[in-house]
Unconditional design. Sequence first.
Length: 294
Amino acid sequence: MLKNNYRYKGITLQPENAKVLIVELCSGMNISTKDIRKKILNHHLKNGGEPPINQKGWLSRSLKHILDKNLGEDLGYGAYRIYENSKNKSINNFENTEQKESNDSTAIINTHQDLIIGYGEQSVYVYYFPTFKKYAESEKERYFKVKIGYTTRDTDTRIGEQYNSTNPEPPEVLLELKTEDSKVLEGIIHDILKERDRWVTEGKGKEWFLSSEVEIREIHNFVMQIDNKTTQNKSPIIFIESKKDFNDRLEKIISNIIRIRGNFIKKISDKEYYKTSLYELFEIQKFVYNKENL
């Protein structure tokens, strides 16, 4: 039976709320990680909660928090003992403490599965304040201010860490891009938007840009070779040297796109090279500067 007063109804299962549920539902038990996962997921989804973004990481992080708070112990061989609520004086303050530490991130994020694209254990996150978007829409502007960052941890937690009472309103997630190299993908997106003269340099932070969901999706799809013909072209293969420092931003974009596409394949005389083609180089340059006119 659905509990309408379930406090995590409509909220993504994440370490911050999962650890509270584990302590409540597994109190006094010696239980395997497999059974914990099944028990918490079934309870959360049955009562109207949203599934976790990171299918692998939410449980391990939750259990780590529980151990750090001395609310349970690792029995080894994939089993844990969760202490009884009545015997743990800190249990009543556990949820409130964790919500304070995460800046009430569950109230900040409205993440759903349709906002997540790509694959991988890391993420590039894009969020915005609703006021910025509403203002752009009222002025019939195509783009609005968005924050683009990367994380190797849980995205909701990372965004929650950046939110505080000085913000005008809670941020909302625009997109989450899953990848195996979030730092490189974030850098590519930043540099492309800088070349398009959409970097917001005034105010706090260096990761704010004028963009939109459509544009970020287009950049992601191009970089990851989704629905484009770059790999289908038969132009001659060439090799370009990998560099750590770049004087030219376009050169950096090209190098990082080729790298994230997995074409780093050669090392000659202590120099690293990427495999590419003249066609691919032309397509990248055309995309960076002329995408809006295509």
